[in-house]
Design a protein around this ligand. Structure first.
Ligand code: M6R
Length: 619
């Protein structure tokens, strides 16, 4: 993970770097740091904790430098300590480096460098890389090379050729005022081109509002930036003609407003996220959905006889919802795999399989690599992503943008709800190309359109759900049970609770409880059970009885109204009855709110839970 930002220009670098880092904190927030070029050396500020901690150090010192690099860390190699925070300065004080990625052969390289007398101050793989480049640079100078960018670039290339693993790096050198260097392999890196200033970052968000012209770097490329120019080459030193993309920044509201946390704000933005997911996506005759960006015509889509969905975490749960809805309404067999498993599994695939990857950020490395693997095998890959122009969106063959707006809270809420709503629309679209009638299509379109209003109605129950949270906040174990379409929602509920409140929680298909998890049931382990009307309603009630018989506290979520037996569960959250296509969408809201309130009541940092990052860009 980790986010890097570099700046070279005429402005004071530190405010630009700090603002950029704040915007990249979703990539990790274990520590943060800056290295600013100063005549004859660097000024380095780094500290464990959030960007604002290092920001205070910098603000006090008021550095005047016009060039620097910076980093926000999600620890991989080495603990969360000041010494392991980036930037890392080379043994001779000549180079400072920030890095996003993992140097897999760092131990071998470190041994070799140590045998040459180089000492290390941190436990990181990054310090190995900066020392390797510095060692090669110094050796070249000792042999008579100039202290110039050509010598440094040669050293960088030679060092990177020895590296196994992934990197997006930013590098500065005390010998080279006003020059900034970068390279990428496997970790994103983008150049921002300004007027007499240039930027380098892991994500365009870092320089949002400062320039609209960007160059997305490719793997094995190196960049050399000056304030008024930049050059891209390959690691093998071949020239690259950079492609400049013009970005239209969507002015989106990233302020907290009156909300205490982004997660709560984003939960309350869900009706709007759903409206945005649907806008312009229904046919004129009101019988089906339409998607502009699939780049597949109806004839090609009719030939698809299998769909594979890939994603991680919450996005994987959205894939499971898609499986259920597409199989039910379009009758196309769907498989769902963790992207991280798929990429190494070499699974046999049917010829006419269409692949969908689902990712809010569009940067999750496992999902990106799974997409690349499916493409390498010749499959058409479409994406459901929220972040426009993210790496996944740029590299796939087409897809559907969620238009959920920025999701800042680490726990995904509004992005999930829009992914599963889009899954419903996709089921409708594919169903109408097969056996679904015009009138059934019309009913589903109407049902989908009513969902934002129903979500708004459930959100009015926030106080009731907060009161339930008070009763359950001190438990340390939770079970979430749901059958069929509610199984992925049970998994999502368990994930939400554990990631933000650190309570151990497990999601199961309700009937599976008897095959093991029932051993956990006791007065100390509450269960959240979904019990909606339909063919398995009675079975779901029986499962609740079985828990109550073992003195397990139960919170039920139901759309059965008065049909839900009085006194069966300890607490009941009633949600409106709706079409099956929208059931998952409505059912997830109470579990999001319950998890949120429990986490707040336990004093947890809801928007930045421990050990997590919003975007998981390392394996
Ligand atoms: O950006 P992505 O949708 O690819 O992220 C996938 C997961 O890392 C993400 O959903 C994660 O599980 C969230 N923290 C869940 O709230």
């Amino acid at each position: 993970m980790c986010g890097i930002v570099g700046y070279v220009g005429k402005q004071s670098a530190s405010p630009v770097l700090l603002e950029g880092l704040k915007r990249l904190e979703y990539r990790g927030y274990d520590s943060a740091g800056l290295a600013l070029w100063e005549k004859g050396g660097f000024e380095v500020y780094k500290k464990t904790g959030r960007v604002e901690v290092v920001g205070q150090l910098v603000t006090k010192a008021k550095p005047a430098s016009n060039m620097g690099i910076s980093h926000t860390r999600w620890a991989t190699h080495g603990g969360v300590t000041d010494a392991n925070a980036h930037p890392h300065v080379s043994f001779d004080g000549k180079l400072a480096l920030v890095h996003n990625g993992v140097i897999e052969n760092f131990a071998t390289l470190k041994r070799e460098l140590s045998s040459k007398g180089i000492e290390f101050k941190s436990e990181t793989d990054t310090e190995v890389l900066v020392n390797l480049i510095a060692y090669l640079y110094k050796s070249a100078i000792d042999e008579g090379s100039e202290r110039d960018s050509a010598t440094l670039l040669t050293a960088m290339r030679a060092a990177l050729a020895q590296v196994e693993g992934t990197y997006g790096i930013g590098l500065i050198c005390t010998d080279l005022p006003d020059q900034l260097f970068g390279a990428r392999k496997g970790s994103p890196l983008v150049i921002g081109i300004g007027r007499k200033e240039n930027f380098l970052a892991s994500d365009i968000a870092a320089f949002a509002g400062r320039t609209q012209d960007v160059v997305y770097m490719h793997d094995n490329e190196v960049v050399h930036l000056r304030a008024d120019d930049f050059t891209v080459t390959t690691i093998q030193d071949a020239a690259v003609a950079p492609v400049i993309s013009h970005i239209d920044w969507e002015v989106e509201n990233s302020e907290l407003g009156s909300f205490k946390h982004y997660m709560l704000k984003e939960i309350f933005e869900q009706p709007t996220a759903l409206e945005n997911a649907m806008r312009g996506r229904f046919s004129q005759d009101g019988s089906t959905a339409q998607f502009g960006g699939l780049n597949l015509d109806a004839r090609e889509l009719r030939q698809v006889d299998r769909i594979l969905f890939l994603g991680c975490g919450t996005a994987w749960h959205a894939c499971l919802v898609a499986e259920y809805l597409i199989e039910k309404y379009a009758r196309i067999p769907v498989e769902v795999e963790y992207a991280s498993e798929f990429r190494y599994r070499n699974a046999p695939m049917f010829r006419n399989t269409l692949v969908f990857v689902v990712s809010q950020s569009g940067e999750t490395i496992d999902t990106l690599e799974a997409q690349r693997e499916a493409k390498r095998k010749g499959f058409r890959v479409l994406g459901i992503t929220n972040v426009v122009s993210s790496t996944i969106a740029r590299e796939n063959d087409g897809g559907i943008y969620q238009h959920s707006g920025p999701e800042i809270g680490v726990a995904s809420t509004k992005a999930f709800i829009s992914q599963i709503h889009i899954a419903g629309m996709l089921a409708l679209y594919l169903g109408r190309m097969r056996d679904m009638s015009f009138s059934e299509g019309g009913e589903i379109v109407k049902a989908l359109k009513t969902v934002p209003g129903m979500v708004a109605q459930i959100l009015t129950m926030a106080d009731q759900i907060e009161a339930i949270a008070r009763k359950y906040k001190d438990y340390e174990d939770f079970l979430f049970l749901g059958r069929q379409l509610m199984f992925p929602i049970a998994l999502e509920g368990a994930l939400k609770l554990k990631e933000i409140s650190y309570i151990h929680a497990e999601g199961y298909p309700a009937a599976e409880m008897k095959h093991g998890p029932i051993a956990l049931i006791s007065p100390k382990c509450p269960t959240l059970a979904f019990a909606h009307k339909g063919e398995i309603f009675k079975k779901s009630l029986s499962n609740i009885q079985e828990i109550k018989a073992r003195k397990g506290p139960v919170i039920a979520i139901t759309n059965a109204g008065k049909e839900f037996p009085d006194g069966l569960a300890d607490d009941v959250i009633h949600i409106p009855e709706c079409h099956d296509i929208a059931m998952a969408t409505l059912s997830v809201i109470p579990v999001q709110l319950l998890s949120y309130y429990i986490a707040v009541l336990r004093g947890c940092d809801v928007d930045k839970p421990r050990n997590l990052a919003k975007s998981v860009t390392v394996e």
